[in-house]
Design a protein around this ligand. Structure first.
Ligand SMILES: [Fe+2]
Ligand SMILES: [Fe+2]
Length: 154
């Protein structure tokens, strides 16, 4: 079974578990950012921050792709859903641009403070965005689809 074909309950569970992993990564990356800003010579902590930022970017890119693929089959079925999918893709496009910027800063080794500030800003935005996705998107779209499928099967 491909990810696209997952039933709504499993899609919901998978998305929530991806968000939980990202929250743990954000804790690591925020701790690395705080450590970088905290010391006069940030060269040591900055290396850990670069690694954490690159890992965060990879995980987020994979999550966004998975999120779009998992939700699309449920959202494409209605005009309202298509509009929600459009908003999701627009938000993901701007998050991908921020992540590219982050990767660029991470690769230039002379700006550890800028990388730390970028990471902190991105972490705040992502935490807020995940809460909105969980409350306004997953919870509103996936349980009604699951309930509807249950009624159809009954
Ligand atoms: Fe997302
Ligand atoms: Fe998400």
């Amino acid at each position: 079974m491909t990810a696209k074909a997952l039933p709504p309950e499993q899609a919901h569970e998978l998305l929530l578990s991806q968000h939980a992993s990202i929250r743990r990564l954000l804790e690591d990356v925020e701790a690395a950012a705080a450590a970088t800003l905290d010391v006069p010579d940030p060269s040591g902590p900055a290396e850990a921050l670069r690694t954490a930022a690159i890992w965060l970017r990879e995980s987020l890119l994979a999550h966004m792709e998975s999120e779009e693929a998992l939700l699309a089959p449920f959202l494409e079925a209605s005009a309202d859903g298509q509009a929600r999918l459009g908003v999701l893709k627009t938000e993901h496009a701007s998050q991908r641009a921020l992540l590219d910027q982050l990767a660029h800063t991470a690769s230039s080794r002379d700006e550890p403070d800028v990388l730390a500030w970028r990471v902190q800003g991105l972490a705040r935005d992502l935490l807020a965005d995940m809460a909105v996705e969980e409350n306004e998107l997953f919870a509103r779209v996936l349980p009604p689809v699951a309930a509807q499928l249950q009624r159809t099967r009954a």
